[in-house]
Design a protein around this ligand. Sequence first.
Ligand code: TMP
Ligand code: ASP
Length: 242
Amino acid sequence: MEKREKLYEGKAKIIHATDNPDLIIQYFKDDATAFNAEKKGSIESKGIMNNKISEVLFKYLEENGIPTHFVERLSDREMLNKKLDIVLVEVVARNIVAGSLAKRLGKDEGELLPAPIVEYYYKDDALGDPMINMDHIRILGLATDEEMAKITEYARRINGLLKKFFDKRNIDLVDFKLEFGRHNGEILLGDEICPDTCRLWDKTTGEKMDKDRFRRDMGKIEEAYAEVCKRVCGEQTSIPIF
Ligand code: TMP
Ligand code: ASP
């Protein structure tokens, strides 16, 4: 496998071509942003931890019937993935009220939802990723109805699977964001699944173990990511935990 030119650089990742046109290398950076990149910073070793956490979660989802772009983890910060034509719809699934849902509905964070909520956002930084519905998706030509039916079914199944996975590790899966893409006519789960893209709360203490610690200047950010990494990957880390 040969690494070739840079195809794209995002806020937390760099995508490189390879000598195989079907495969790309995803490089995980330590850079962190929030509020559409208004807030910028760095979380030490985040890229290494997110790469490992994503590997475990992609493998777990694949084993449970969810097709993903994951091929293999190549190194600390590199993951080999199938190349996707990304669907410009970010899918958020929620189990507990938090973040923008709390603001939108005027509810307190922490309220358990009677059933999971799935939401769609237009992946467009210039517009600030606005929330959209199926009519918007159709009119903008972002995906077909068939693709969105598949994506929504996967999102709900992924939510059930991840909830169970985190529950066993004494973590509440509050909400999370997914991205999907097309590969040889198939819809695959893409991007990453990690504390940048999920809200994860310790079931016993309620402690936040995700990027909200960075967004809200709560401190102990590296420690929180390391604790998630330890519980998900079963690895010891040198960073002291809570
Ligand atoms: P929200 O409550 O801010 O809408 O976020 C919902 C979930 O989506 C939360 O787990 C964090 C994740 N998320 C991202 O991964 N990227 C983003 O740009 C935003 C705004 C949220
Ligand atoms: N990653 C997003 C950004 O910088 C926001 C977030 O995760 O809160 O725009």
